[in-house]
Design a protein around this ligand. Structure first.
Ligand code: SAH
Ligand code: SF4
Ligand code: F3S
Length: 479
């Protein structure tokens, strides 16, 4: 090692983790600069996200580091560096990754300098790593969810190594603040308020791949939101697998409702959303804060999973059908204009048609504005995977179709109840199919399309809801 390098190595030992990573970004930038000279143009990169909002936010952090290192962010996978941020919540998420990796390999054959990286939840599974090592040898870098903050350091390692670099940690208690982020939208942003999950619902792999629950300290969250607002953000979505248990493990414990009160006070911030609420931990204090708030959106995602108490018990959800119904009723009473959405699983081991009837009963009673309905997917290592009485595919399909039909009918009816009203919409983008139209989102999360200038993107405007088309509206701006 040269003397200069030795000095730097000693220096970085004394740095904070954030400083270390900023140092590695600079180092990665030298390699990207070298590549630029070789290619005669700025090297490009593409970040592809699978999975939930939490992964989407992680991808913004990956993009922030890549951009700082000198890459030009593009959406096409013929980029010089491609990273897949993977999800493993259901098997189809995994299959999509394997399918697309084949395509990446053929692209790489045409451009040998191309680098391919994989990260995210799927990489926390040892069987996946084995498979990639064996059958996808062209991958250059693999890391997991716990060491994502080390991305810059791992990039450098990748540039300095010939073979596949693999770095997976089993868990971490670290939260690293203040690394660069490149937001997808200038006017709205996700904010992690906690990481991991302690609930161990018996079907779910998330606690195994995301580790134990850790809350960020409120000061850091507020500071991040203030900086975002100063940078043009008007809507934030507070993210966690179970936001209702936020703050329980902090040195100075704090409830989620208390955190919301502090976020509400941030000047310039217009809208607050959050994801996800576990029904077992949803407090009266939270309902009260939502009710009194001017900024918290009129939308609550409250995953049901099943309407059958027997199945809920086997799922380890820790509430009964009656408790869930009573909670939904209370929320509707206190906040009448709220939209409630949910997640439902059909085909959990031991589920019978009469259990599906119970789920349908809850859908009809709660009247969801939307429900994401999933077919149960067996995840190796979870308690449900070892349960007897896995449900035959044909029975699952029949139950799934029945649930979907009721979900669609109720949602259509629920969404249409706003017809004729004039409500505020945050303008998000130009309509995908018709560029004379803008697409906005109401406080209750319903989408509305209306005529308007592109320059309105990021603003909140009043829109008269003229025509309901099932799950969305056509409207007219009233300014
Ligand atoms: N933390 C959130 C959910 C995260 S996963 C919560 O508890 O609400 C998102 C959704 O995926 C879950 O709500 C569940 O409906 C679904 N899901 C999770 N594991 C699944 C599995 N093994 N099969 C099918 N759907 C699953
Ligand atoms: Fe999975 Fe349950 Fe945790 Fe949600 S709360 S991430 S469903 S274990
Ligand atoms: Fe998927 Fe991981 Fe989110 S498994 S749903 S990306 S936490």
């Amino acid at each position: 090692m040269e003397q200069k390098d030795q000095i730097r190595t000693n220096e970085i030992k004394d740095m904070t983790e954030t400083q270390r990573q900023l140092f590695y970004i600079e180092k990665a930038a030298m390699y990207v600069q070298g590549l630029k000279e070789e290619l005669g143009r700025r090297p490009t990169c593409c970040v592809t996200t699978f999975g939930c909002q939490m992964n989407a936010r992680d991808s913004e952090k990956l993009a922030g580091i890549l951009e700082k290192a000198g890459y030009l962010l593009i959406d096409e996978e013929d980029a010089d560096f491609v990273i897949y941020n993977t999800c493993t919540v259901r098997d189809n998420a995994n299959q999509r990754v394997y399918g697309r990796l084949g395509h990446l390999n053929s692209l790489k054959k045409k451009m040998p300098h191309k680098k391919i990286a994989l990260c995210g939840c799927m990489m926390q599974e040892p069987s996946v790593i084995e498979k990639i090592r064996k059958s996808y040898g062209f991958v250059d870098l693999i890391f997991g969810t716990h060491n994502i903050y080390k991305f810059a350091e791992l990039l450098v390692k990748m540039f300095e190594s010939d073979g596949m670099v693999i770095d997976i940690w089993e868990d971490t208690d670290k939260i690293v603040e203040d690394l660069p982020v490149e937001r997808k939208y200038p006017f709205k942003s996700g904010i992690n308020i906690m990481f991991g999950c302690n609930n161990f619902c018996s079907y779910c792999i998330v606690p195994y791949v995301r580790g134990r629950e850790r809350s960020r300290i409120p000061k850091d969250i507020i500071r991040e939101i203030k900086a975002l607002v100063a940078d043009g953000v008007v809507e934030v979505m507070l993210l966690g697998q179970n936001v209702n248990s936020y703050g329980k493990n902090l040195e100075e414990p704090m409830t989620f409702a208390q955190l919301l009160r502090e976020v509400e006070n941030i000047e310039g911030l217009k809208r607050i959303r959050f994801m996800t609420s576990h029904p077992k931990d949803l407090s009266d204090e939270l309902i009260q804060v939502m009710k009194e708030s001017k900024k918290i959106c009129r939308h609550l995602h409250l995953p049901l999973q099943s309407g059958s108490t027997r199945i809920l018990q086997a799922m380890n959800r820790r509430y009964t059908k009656e408790q869930y119904l009573a909670l939904a009723e209370k929320i509707r009473q206190e906040i009448p204009d709220i939209a409630i959405t949910t997640d439902i699983i059909v085909g959990f081991p031991g589920e019978m048609p009469c259990d599906v009837d119970e789920t349908i009963d809850v859908i009809k009673k709660v009247k969801y504005d939307n429900a994401f309905t999933f077919i149960y997917s067996k995840r190796t290592g979870t308690p449900a995977a070892a349960m007897e009485k896995q449900v035959p595919e044909a029975v699952v399909k029949e139950g799934f179709d029945r649930v979907l039909k009721v979900v669609q009918d109720t949602a259509r009816e629920q969404v249409s109840r706003l017809l004729g009203q004039t409500l505020e919409a945050l303008v998000e983008e130009v309509n995908e199919h018709d560029d004379r139209l803008l697409t906005g989102r109401l406080s209750n999360n319903t989408i509305v399309h209306f005529e308007g200038e592109k320059s309105l993107i990021g603003q909140i405007v009043p829109v008269h809801l003229k025509e309901c088309r099932g799950f969305y509206y056509f409207g007219e701006m009233t300014i």
